[in-house]
Design a protein around this ligand. Structure first.
Ligand code: GLN
Length: 234
């Protein structure tokens, strides 16, 4: 393989509901077609995160209990993760991971779970209710439609500098009220989609890989996403 990308799977041993790890399988599938070898490392409790050691970050979702444990540990990685994000490092964060990149999440029992405020959104909770089901959104820049499955208690409200990953066509999205789903901030992509998101939305997988490759190999003549097959065959 001509290129290599190093992926940090943040708290992959704690936050991995609904097979969020499948996103890494999908990244690997497209990476091979881009002549790229993927190396994955779980960065979990007590592990340092050095932004120079990674080209892409993946952060999955989970239950409130695990989120609380992660919330305490991630404060020590707050600066290095924020630096990675502000420098334009590509990040994919799903559900609980999405909530923890923001200011805070009020859990189902009313507990305040601190995020790292790398992104300006915040998340409140619903009383005895969750948003569960299939969801379809449209990304306004590309016109691409993304499909997935959502299952969350949290109601997320975007802040300055964030735009939604898409406009809700069917389903609930960030908060069930403003038609937004997920967030885009610099090269950080957040979503409530499990499924996992990249398995059904190959365009997004290719976009993330291309951002990572361009940052790591600025002068390389890379294959364009349109040249790559969409259907995963693993
Ligand atoms: N515990 C969070 C919520 O219910 C995140 C859930 C998830 O990651 N699926 O909103």
């Amino acid at each position: 393989m001509k290129y290599e990308l190093r992926i940090a799977h943040l708290y992959g041993d704690l936050l991995n509901t609904y097979g969020d790890i499948g996103n890494i399988l999908v990244l690997n599938y497209y990476a091979k077609q881009m002549d790229t070898q993927i190396k994955v490392k779980i960065v979990s409790l007590n592990d340092p995160f050095d932004p120079n050691d990674f080209d892409l970050v993946f952060f999955g979702g989970g239950q409130d209990y695990e989120q609380l444990i992660v919330s305490r540990d991630i404060q020590r990685k707050k600066k290095s993760l924020t630096d990675f994000i502000n420098a334009g490092g590509p990040v994919l964060a799903i559900c609980g991971g999405y909530q923890l990149l923001g200011k805070y999440y009020i859990g189902a029992k009313g507990e305040k779970i601190a995020g790292i405020s790398a992104l300006p959104h915040y998340t409140k909770s619903q009383v005895n209710h969750r948003f569960i089901g299939n969801i379809e959104i449209e990304n306004e820049e590309t016109g691409q439609k993304y499909h997935g499955f959502e299952n969350h208690n949290g109601l997320t409200y975007l802040g300055p500098g964030e735009r939604p990953l898409g406009r809700v066509l069917s389903g609930h999205g960030n908060n069930g009220a403003d038609q937004s789903e997920g967030a885009i901030y610099k090269n950080t992509f957040c979503s409530y989609f499990h499924g996992p998101i990249l398995a059904r939305n190959g365009e997004l997988a290719k976009r993330l890989l291309l951002i990572a490759l361009k940052r790591r190999y600025p002068t390389a003549d890379l294959k364009q996403p349109a040249e790559l097959k969409i259907k995963p065959t693993y």
